[in-house]
Design a protein around this ligand. Sequence first.
Ligand SMILES: C[S@@+](CC[C@H](N)C(=O)[O-])C[C@H]1O[C@@H](n2cnc3c(N)ncnc32)[C@H](O)[C@@H]1O
Length: 272
Amino acid sequence: MNHPTTLATDYASGALSKDTPEEWERLRLLQEWGDPDTRTALGAVGLGRDWHCLEIGAGAGSVARWIADRCPDGSVVAVDIDTRYLGAEGRDERRPHLQWRAGDIRALDFAPGSLDLVHSRLTFCHLPEREELVARAVRWLKPGGWLVLGDPMCMPAEFSAHAPVRRFFGALERGWKAQGSDMTGWATTIPALLARAGLRDIDVLSRINLLGGKGPYGALAAANLRQEGAYLVAAGLLDQDDVDAVTALCEEPDFTDIRSITVYAWGRKEES
Ligand SMILES: C[S@@+](CC[C@H](N)C(=O)[O-])C[C@H]1O[C@@H](n2cnc3c(N)ncnc32)[C@H](O)[C@@H]1O
């Protein structure tokens, strides 16, 4: 594990950096937890075989591959600032219409009106320029095209009745803030922002995620605690005892606490 000496000011060097050896496994667990809901959201917009799509913050790539398999006569560009989990830059070996592209989405541009779908999960929340990026994504859409976003509304730490939870997630909130991530308020604003950006047929689905749960979120939450805990201790925001206390609490058979609500929201650009 690489230990930061100060808090990171960007995603690529923070707790979820791909320099952290455990990040691959954490993203695998994230996909296992998140892909069913993402597929429901994307199913609601109804992907067309010939759609041209953009996946922002592709991570370990499961969503981009899934979209590509449903759009065999179209194309998918999957962008990530760090593509080391996505294979070589360029065409996917098994899906020639899927292109992996390394880059910071804030510095990339696409032709106005060129895309049928822009999708992103758990990435806009980490970008300080998230509102501006919504406006840019809408410009890239064709009339009738869809923007689909999934982001978390984490419970403010002080909402928890459990002192170890309040301590751990209070420190984590300070870490997120330092790197410009908004893991609490942003997700609630997405539907209104999509409407303001001119999108129509806006709809949402949500998932409540329980700390101490035994399903896919339980496994992801445990991986998050390990990785974020090591980061916060190294950054001097927590003691190892604090990490051990919240970890032990989450392993108690009867413990449960609402940690976050994931908001999946989508809207369609008006036909001209
Ligand atoms: C929490 S992960 C989510 C991965 C994937 N969307 C998923 O849900 O499985 C966020 C991803 O966004 C990428 N990312 C962060 N900042 C980015 C930026 N400015 N441009 C492109 N990708 C970025 C990260 O490298 C990481 O792979």
